[in-house]
Design a protein around this ligand. Sequence first.
Ligand code: IVH
Length: 704
Amino acid sequence: MTTPFADKAVEALSETEASRELRALASTIKKHDEAYYLKDEPSISDGDYDALRIRNKAIEERFPHLKRKDSPEERVGASPSRTSGFAKVQHSIPMLSLGNAFEDGDVVEFVNRIRRFLTLPAGEKVEILAEPKIDGLSCSLRYEDGELVLAATRGDGAEGENITANIKTIANIPHKLTGSGFPGVLEVRGEVYMDRHDFQRLNEQQAAQGGKVFANPRNAAAGSLRQKDAGVTAARPLKFFAFAWGEVSESFGATMTECRQKLRNWGFTLNPDGLFESAEALLQHYQQQSVQRPDLPYEIDGVVYKVNRLDWQERLGFVSRAPRWAIAHKFPAEQAVTRIEKIDIQVGRTGALTPVARLEPISVGGVVVSNATLHNRDEIERKDIREGDFVIIQRAGDVIPQVVSALPEKRPADSSPYVFPDRCPECDSPAVRHADDAVTLCTNSLECPAQAVERLKHFVSRNAFDIEGLGDKQIRFFFEESRIKSPADIFRLQRDDENRSPRLKDIPGWGDTSASNLWNSIEARRTVSLDRFVFALGIPQIGQATAKLLARTYSSLDALLKLFELIEEESRDGAESDALKELLAIDGIGPSMARDLREFFTEQHNRAIVSDLQEQLTIEDFVLEIAEDSPVAGKTVVFTGKLVTMGRDEAKVRAEALGAKVAGSVSKKTDYVVAGADAGSKLKKAESLGVTVLSEEDWHSLVS
Ligand code: IVH
């Protein structure tokens, strides 16, 4: 079925035509969704489906006031792209990961940090719950009025995949909650995993049938869950442990222990837990768990500690993607001995030369390892690691395996020390090392093909532009074919393809569907948020958190570009730049990051890449999601002195949540200085500049 004005360009539609077409699109897309999701009988190709959705979105963007209540964009579980076979699901509350503790000291610091953040008096106890960390994959199960309506994978934490049909095949997941008193909306989160002996049995079966043999129970669980045919999942022995929750329409307890008991009553399986009141007690429990570990029916890779009181959890909040109120205490890395066949040098997107040991494959803690990082030149020299050496390698959790040390006693007589190259192995330009820096860099940042490819890979990666169907392999292919040389080429790829011979669809390994899927997924990313854009540029040291900080502080790309122009202008003739001072005043941006940012944005070639991208993209300004009536929105605040009702970190987090910018130093642009006891030079400076000074109580009454 085609819609009434399908042939007309979106720009040419009149308002009446747009309104009629949106209505037709809503009903057509709904019909296709039902055929696909409910009956499992797609009535249209994935490419055609995506085209309908893209057109719908484009019309809505041109005529926002015509957006319908039943717009396909608004439906939960509807997918912006069907190329991966699963619909996308936005998590209304992000699914986060956990910070790691490896040593006893990390656990002591975890508890101390909590006490500091909450400014707890010495006598006040903090109850901490400890539960095993299961090695599986996390899922979110949504219950409405007690009925399982949606199940999703974690995905990137913000958006996962709809795996409801597969989840429903897992025996210990209730389709309907038992008992009573559950919230109308309840999102239960937990881990899907496979028991050890079930895993072994499955692998024996798979091997006997010539099927895929899995490296470990976690991979087996993931592979079993992400099956297009839920029948396959049903035949796999999966289980579920609940350990947390996401969106809930009402709270159902004041502590983890209370809520966990309720989840049990409603039909979930929870893993055993313990409640402790000090770091020492946690460490003792951890020791016991590591002794019991081999006897448990499932694999665990550590113990998770969580603050028991939920009001405290709420105050503690999150640091970038992990809660402050929880941590995973990992079991020590597993080690094995193998031989280094050769040492390769990889060139990263910033030009860093990283040595990688190619190993005789060996199983370490159930995972087959054939590569391990050697970090950098110093590391190789310090450990005297050579090609042909027998070495101890170790693997901890998801971390890249590392070479711990060589076994010189097993070294052949003719062995010689490894010579680190002084030229880039990819482009043969000189590779240099700056004083005090551990990394050796290829100096040809503009033309080194390895760097260019790595930058492009980063640009399309999950936390950046997240272009589905454009992975490492495809990037390398398009780069080698000279179809993509710089990021903006991605958005010209389809147009460019029209003038090529052969066309992409005619190249072996592609085809009509995969080519049109690719065009669609590229089109779907023509609009991008400012923080993703900044992160995607791959500026050294600028990760997601810093990109967000910059977006939040400067709001638009234009403002950001102006900032760096201004810094250059002001610092001419060695003068001090106010704009630079402002940048450095941002809590979280230090001199070395500022230097990398300046270097990036003043480089002509980079500026050209950015303007080229600006022509292809809509870069959305950063919009703060805060109550409009926040009295401190957009204000710059400096906290100084000793605060009593909240720790410095808590003060900062709360102020930011209210839309304030928290700076580390006082300037003319500071709106408020909140001064606690014993405030010193910052208070003096505020007074001399005439900046409003607030006491802690003043601050609370201002924001409450
Ligand atoms: S709590 C907001 N508890 O570990 C924090 N996670 O490394 C929610 N995991 O993504 C996580 N066992 O998939 C929690 N008892 C447990 C866990 C657990 C396994 C997984 C989970 C999480 C990952 C973080």
